[in-house]
Each structure stands twice: as C-alpha cells, then as structure tokens.
Design a protein around this ligand. Structure first.
Ligand code: LLP
Length: 416
C-alpha cells in the first residue's frame, strides 16, 4: 500500500487526498504509516538483524510520531542539537539510544547531553574534544566518543550535501584522528570508542560506500599497528532515494543497501558497526498536498501558482533538487511550465521548466518526496504559518501529528 490512484483519484492507502484537504486545509504534509513501517522493516532486516546499530538521523524529519514508530523497530536516534535531544526524549528515547553528531555543539548542549547520559558523542574537532573533556570531568562523567574522520572520498552527489571531501568543514583528517587516538591519555573525561564517517547525502551508487569500507579497512589496520584499539565504526547516513518515482519501494530504489551491509559486516567484522540513515527512511513516505491558486503566463512562460512554497520544501531552491509533481485527478493533461509558490523570491519554485500537470485554480496537486528535509527545513518566511502534518495510519484513521501554526502563535514570539 502507498500513494496510489483509485478510480482516477490519488489516495494514501485507502484515504482520498481530497478528504484530507477538506478536513485539514492545504498545504498539508501527508505521511503513510504503512510506508514508514515498511522502510523501518527493511533497515531492520538489512542492518539490525546483521548486528548493526541503526540510529535514525532525525534532522531529516523530527516529528515525534515518526520517531516513535522507528523506535518500535529498535532504531536509535542521531541528533545534532539540544532541540533534537529534547524532541527525541519527548518521543520516548532513552539517553542510551541517542548519538550526538554535528560540527559545533555549545557548552549548554554538551552539558545537556552529558546529563542525559547519551550513548556517543561524534566529535569533529580538537576544540570540541577539549571542551567536551573539560565538561565531562566537571560533571564527573566519562563521555564515550567516536572521532569523525574526513576520508576525502567523493560521494558523487550535489556539492551542498557532500561532507567527506577535504574542502568540507566536517570531520578531521586521518593524521589528526590518529594523533588524538595515540595520545588519548590526555583526555581523562573521554573514552575513545571508535571512528565515525559520513561522506554525504543522496548517494545513489554503491561505489562511494565500497570505497569508504575499503578505506576504513586500511585505516583501522594502521591504527592497530600503532597499538590503538577501537570497538565501533559508524558509517553515517547518505543512502539515496528515487525522487523521480517517489512511489517506488526503497529496496527497488536503493538496491545496494543489502550489498553494503554484507560487505561492511564481512570486511569489518571485528567492530560494532553503526549507520545513521535519515532520508532513506522518510523521504518517500510523504507528499505535500497543495491547491492551485491560479495559472499565469509571463512572456510566453507558464506559471502554476500554488499555495505551497519553498517555505514547505526548500530543496529545489537550495540544491536545484527534483521533486515529482502529480495531479490529484489522474490523467490531467500536461504543459511546459513552472510550479511556483507565493513567496517573494525568484527561487521560490517547486518544479521548473518541465512537463507539469495542466491544472486550473482550485485543482489539487501533490509534490512528491516530502518526508525528508521538507518539514524539518520549513520556515515562516513571509510570515507564512508552519503547515500541518497528518499521518494516514495503518488502520485507515487520519491523525494530525503536527497542527497548523496560528497567526497568534507566530506573533506571540515578538513583543511590542
Ligand atoms: N549523519 C550525519 C552526520 C549527517 O550529517 C547526515 C546528514 C546524516 C547522518 C543523514 O544523512 P541522510 O541519510 O539523510 O543522507 N538538507 C539536505 C540533506 C542534508 C544532509 C545533512 N546531513 C537535503 O535536503 O538534501
């Protein structure tokens, strides 16, 4: 079950999307519980059942209803801020199920994480290590640390979401990681547990991951020669999905998941292996449902203006990302056009220069792949209230898992 046309009308499982528009307004993110569960099951079978620890990178989508579902499959959570820590706890995660990644952590965030007793800190710099060490000593605890290595591997993805290249801000060069690990006695507040890498996001081919595994086999052998023992290797996330056909199952889209798990488990069998997937678990579990405000022509160029905008899905503006656009009513004709929002930016487009549904005012459209880095990157720019999220549950009920922000709530943050 998933997003599917029934009698020519788009449904999420058995629920007609028009009924959701009527009840909750537009724009609205619609998630399918059955796809969320199917994805979690795939990661469980491919990774957890092979002994991996899987921590969902909640930056992709931090809705606690989704976090709760993933927790029930044995997934932990990967956080990058104090806010994410609080949300993970709200969703029921214990400290021992939380890893803390990210290139900059404030003193308050480090203290919060130490107090919570999180499982691992993924440390990305010498300065962070020193501050963490000091805070851990002061709080009488020992922080378990994985050092983030920047392996200078090309993930073959968009430059804005490549993280493991030497010019990226993330991680540390191998020489620095080795240096720290051979002088670990200087850090009484820290216990060095292993290595972390994350080379980028939306990686569609297995080759960069194969390269990463080979790199880590060589690197850990060198560490061993120097007498350094580590227990954990965390590969980060990065598994890509199909944005062109968002209704495809992730095992079809990302067939290398199993091969990667098998190769990693075979070649690095001495270690406790971890992954931190975000996108692959959530991207194609959701669509953004939007209403057409009208169609305009400018110098022969067609624009379909919708009530959703880059405030709901900023990815096309930021990365020139492709998101599929479907009509609610099947078999609507197509024409060459842009689908744009009301926001006052020329980069406010959801689709550009493509054959897109020939819709008229009042028609409903959906933007595909709205589950990852959509709601979590949304904003109130132009003072547009944050829009609601609903979950089509496996039993057919539709639950509001985030309500629409009100004007008063937006204004409430300010003071005159
Ligand atoms: N681990 C670390 C340390 C990360 O930095 C990230 C993503 C992940 C895991 C999860 O990666 P994933 O499995 O989702 O690829 N906003 C961009 C993506 C930014 C990814 C940032 N880091 C987009 O919309 O494409």
């Amino acid at each position: 079950m998933s997003f599917i046309y029934r009698d020519g009308l788009l449904h999420c499982d058995d629920v007609d999307l028009k009924a959701i528009a009527k009840a909750h307004g537009t724009p609205v993110y619609i998630y399918s519980e059955s796809i969320l569960r199917r994805n979690a099951e795939v990661l469980k079978t491919s990774f957890i059942d092979r002994g991996f620890k899987v921590s969902y990178a909640m930056k992709a989508n931090a809705n606690p209803a989704i976090l709760k579902i993933f927790r029930s499959y044995g997934l932990g959570v990967d956080i990058v801020s104090g806010g994410e820590l609080k949300m993970a706890q709200y969703a029921g995660y214990e400290g021992s199920e939380i890893n803390y990644a990210g290139v900059g952590k404030t003193s308050d965030e480090l203290d919060l994480a130490l107090d919570t007793g999180i499982a691992y800190f993924n440390v990305e710099s010498l300065f962070e290590l020193e501050v963490l060490n000091e805070h851990a000593i002061n709080s009488g605890s020992k922080a378990k640390v994985l050092l983030r290595l920047n392996p200078d591997i090309d993930p073959q993805t968009h430059p804005h979401i490549s993280t493991g290249l030497r010019e990226n801000k993330f991680g540390m060069a191998a020489e620095q990681v080795t240096d720290i690990l051979t002088k670990h006695q200087n850090y009484a507040g820290v216990s060095f547990e292993g290595i972390h890498c994350h080379i980028g996001s939306q990686i569609l081919r297995s080759q960069p991951f194969d390269e990463l595994i080979d790199y880590l086999v060589t690197y850990t052998a060198e560490l061993e020669k120097r007498g350094v023992e580590i227990k954990h290797i965390d590969f980060g996330g990065g598994f890509g999905v199909n944005y062109e056909d968002p209704f495809e199952d992730i095992l079809q889209t990302t067939p290398y998941l199993n091969d990667f798990a098998e190769k990693a488990a075979r070649d690095l069998s001495k270690y406790q292996l971890h992954i931190q997937p975000g996108r692959v678990l959530v991207a194609n579990t959701s669509v953004l449902l939007t209403a057409v405000l009208g169609v305009k022509e400018n110098h022969g160029h067609q624009f379909t203006v919708i009530d959703a905008a880059s405030t709901e899905i900023i990815r096309p503006a930021l990365y020139d990302a492709y998101h599929a656009v479907y009509p609610y009513q099947e078999n609507m004709g197509v024409h060459m056009s842009d689908v744009v929002g009301p926001v006052c930016e020329s980069s406010d487009f959801l689709a550009k220069g493509r054959q897109l549904p020939k819709a008229v005012a009042g028609d409903l459209l959906v933007i595909g792949s709205a589950g990852a880095y959509a709601s979590s990157m949304s904003s109130t720019y132009n003072l547009r209230p944050l829009c609601p999220e609903v979950l089509v549950k496996s039993d057919g009920d539709v639950a509001v898992i985030k309500r629409r922000q009100t004007f008063d709530e937006m204004i409430d943050l300010f003071k005159l």
